[in-house]
Design a protein around this ligand. Structure first.
Ligand code: HEM
Length: 509
């Protein structure tokens, strides 16, 4: 009896060690990374907070390409601009797929170009969006950008404490105006509510846990009585909201074109240019690409605005220097505008440094490798999730010395702006064929916000003391946590200018 038991134990140990050494042999061909355990792999190594900081620490230990595997799913983290560009840009034909997010699919986001599998339907949609967001097309959106800025300046004057809410309205209002030509003056507007509800459901769907664990089969098998019907109702509401967001504003634009009241917008210009048949493939493309802008642009832009505000709050000397430039170049009689940008290099540097200092999407959006690949002698398996550590790349001390410091001066050489080899925009907006469609528009918007906010306001601590540290939220899009500050006109001249600007805006509306 004891002999049989001993035999079992010995056989189990042998089988275990053969499996372990096969796993270890396979593992040795992959890029380095934390060792992990059989079956669960590196599940326990994955950070719960500020993932990008752990990924950056892994760069110091393992290098620029780090391999981890979670429940059998390979994840490859790219920790330098060089490797991100080598793989995601130069080999973009095999690095441009998206991993599946099953919960996002369940919501009904299959029409969303940002989540679509790489292929013809994705390509047709991306081409359509890019066509309306090129560097040459973006100036057409400047009237909407100026108008949204006026609303923001007014809200900051009237209710400075709720500045984050005003920034949130600004980003939503601008995107809805540019996309559909619809004018929104309050966060209570039903389109903003709807969009926020859809964004909330997508955020749940993008939770890192669901990168590796597919909850959908479980959700579908769970008997209704276990949740009192709540789960089924929630999923139905998510799906219903998703359809409404995609269809309602689009139908409104079609109607306003028919009765001649449409304002210029992304949607109206495409409908006018292409004149698609109702229900045709072309019309569906316009509808789908219109609906994507809010989801892709509103939260990321809001994060970029709030990061700029935090940077100014914590760096009063940069704020002062930027304001001196505005006073010198523009004076006190008007607000800076787009035509001033070439003469406001420090403002442009502040805008770029805000993008670098804390990236709005610190680990980008993951791509998926579609075939086996070899790189620097390593094997990168097909199906790997490719995660660019955007925050880590933008905090690489070799390219950005003293990376934690907010230091716009880093972008000057011989007194002139010079972004050669280190423009944060070339990293922040992603890589290869999946690069952000709104990158020019987003930078244009951020420039105006930086210039006009600093022209009239200052942001300081409430008690005049040194600014406290402020933590950042974790997740796909990262924001500063709430903090108390004082936002007020920075001088009597600024106050007078602000009143004049807002009065003339009232006259025009
Ligand atoms: C500061 C603001 C913004 C930031 C930081 C940002 C960042 C990003 C990032 C990191 C990606 C993923 C790129 C990749 O997969 O490699 C992305 C994708 C995308 N962005 Fe933006 N974005 C911003 C604003 C906007 C705006 C205003 C629009 C509106 C048109 C937009 C439209 C898109 C679209 C459609 C995609 C999906 C592209 C694809 O999957 O092919 N973004 N963005």
């Amino acid at each position: 009896m004891w002999l049989t038991s001993a035999l079992y134990v010995i056989l189990s140990i042998c089988a275990g060690s053969i499996a372990w050494s096969a796993w270890a042999r396979r593992r040795s061909r992959y890029p380095p990374g934390p060792r992990g355990l059989p079956v669960i792999g590196n599940l326990l190594d994955l950070p719960r907070k500020h993932e990008w900081k752990t990924f950056t620490a892994w760069r110091d230990t393992y290098g620029d390409v780090v391999y981890v595997s979670v429940l059998g799913r390979p994840l490859i983290i790219l920790n330098s601009a060089e490797v991100a560009m080598d793989l995601m840009d130069k080999r973009s034909s095999i690095y441009s797929d998206r991993p599946r997010f099953p919960l996002v699919d369940l919501i009904g986001q299959e029409w969303n170009v940002g989540f679509m599998t790489y292929g013809k339907p994705w390509h047709a949609r991306k081409r359509m969006i890019l066509g309306k967001y090129t560097k040459a097309e973006v100036p057409a959106y400047r009237p909407a950008q100026r108008s949204a800025m006026r609303t923001l300046l007014k809200n900051l004057r009237d209710d400075p404490e709720n500045f984050t809410e005003h920034l949130r309205l600004h980003s939503g209002q601008l995107i809805v105006d540019v996309t559909y030509g619809l004018s929104i003056k309050s966060r209570e507007h039903k389109l903003i509510h709807l969009a926020e509800e859809v964004m909330d459901s997508i955020t749940i769907g993008l939770t890192p846990l669901f990168w590796v664990f597919n909850p959908v089969p479980l959700l579908q098998k769970l008997p209704n009585w276990t949740t009192g019907g709540w789960l089924a109702r929630t999923i139905k509401t998510w799906q219903h909201n998703d359809r409404r967001l995609r269809d309602e504003a689009f139908e409104q634009v079609k109607l306003s074109l028919d009765n001649g009241t449409a304002r210029p917008s992304y949607t109206s210009s495409l409908l006018e240019d292409l004149r698609p048949e109702a229900g045709s493939q072309e019309e569906i493309l316009i509808r789908d690409t219109s609906a994507v802008a809010y989801g892709a642009g509103a939260d990321t832009a809001l994060a970029a605005y709030t990061i700029f505000f935090l940077a100014m709050f914590q760096n009063p000397e940069v704020q002062r220097k930027a304001q001196e430039e505005i006073d010198r170049v523009v004076g006190h009689g008007r607000l800076p505008d787009y035509a001033d940008q070439p003469d406001l290099p420090y403002i442009t540097a502040v805008m770029k440094e805000s993008l670098r200092w804390h990236a709005a999407a610190p680990q980008g959006i993951a791509h998926r490798l579609t075939v086996d690949d070899e790189y620097k002698g390593w094997h990168l398996p097909s199906g790997s999730m490719i995660v660019p550590n955007v925050w880590g790349i933008l905090h690489d001390p070799v390219i950005y010395p003293d990376p934690a410091r907010f230091y716009p001066e880093r972008f000057f050489r011989d007194g002139k702006l010079d972004f050669t080899g280190r423009d944060p925009a070339s990293v922040v907006f992603g890589f290869g064929r999946r690069i952000c469609a709104g990158e020019h528009f987003a930078q244009d918007t951020l420039y105006l916000l930086v210039a006009q906010f600093l022209a009239v306001f200052s942001i300081t601590t409430v008690d005049g003391g040194p600014p406290p540290p402020v933590d950042m939220t974790s997740g796909g899009v990262s924001f500063p946590c709430p903090y108390k500050c004082l936002i007020r006109p920075r001088s009597e001249a600024a106050r007078v200018l602000l009143e004049q600007v807002l009065m003339s805006a009232d006259d025009q509306s």
